[in-house]
Design a protein around this ligand. Sequence first.
Ligand code: PCA
Length: 322
Amino acid sequence: MIHKFGFALAALTVGATALAQTKWDLPTAYPPTNFHTENISQFASDVDKATGGKLKITVHSNASLFKAPEIKRAVQGGQAQMGEILLVNFQNEWQVFGTDGIPFLADSYDAAWKLYQAQKPVLSRKLAEQGIMLLYTVAWPPQGIFVNKTISSAADLKGIKWRAYSPATARIGELVGAQPVTVQQAELSQAMATGVIESYMSSGSTGYDTKTYEYIKNFYDTQAWLPKNAVLVNKKAFDALDKPTQDALVKAGDEAEKRGWELSKKKNLEYLELLKKNGMTIHVPSAQLKADMKKVGDTMIKEWTEKAGPDGQAVLDAYKKM
Ligand code: PCA
């Protein structure tokens, strides 16, 4: 008798908890100590607190649940309720995703923020058509050149094994006459260790996360562009939440965006210091290298504008007015 009662009570408790709690997965492609990931973890814990534990978001870092290029489709198909993507990775699908990967179009935090404001309406509309809600974005620190020798012009990059993380970084490699190979950050350390990669463009953040200083000793601080990570939500999963939970999610997302951009700016300088401390030389690019990279940027904006059509033009026009 007592036994039976105890069982019924336990079943009832489990049932009530299951009803009250929603569990979501949030795959990301970067390590747990990366500032984007730390920011997302803070976001997940903010949502947990604000909803009294009703919405539990598990962050799966380091491409452990889905590889970087698969995360967007996972969110679209609902295999993951949320996910973090690098927008420029999806430029071949739609050129506007790659707006923030064009060298020297927006090469400071202020300019990158403005470009984001210009991009946001079209970006949100496109993602909404795919059943995805854009929750927030955060910029990576400015992109420079990591290379295993000293260089004074782009010609010095000829023939070098060049790691790309996006269509645009592969195109840069081609334009400087290097040999591009696409490697996502989760596999970058290994690619350097095995000599598959001698050079790449990215941020001090990625240089530090991947221990690039163990393989490559030079960083040229070209500050060429600031690509953004975007945190996405499956719209159906969002619609299934009650209104207070939806509001808590959006509010925590707004706060994460603000916190993330500030963190990126602050940590950029820290990362460059850490690279130096670990034996890397941070170079100011020569006038020739700057001019060469600027020329690459000019070619790429031209190519992009031709492919991006009216959506792209709308973003550029809005950006120029800001
Ligand atoms: N780090 C990422 C993308 C941009 C960045 O700074 C990477 O190198 O994969």
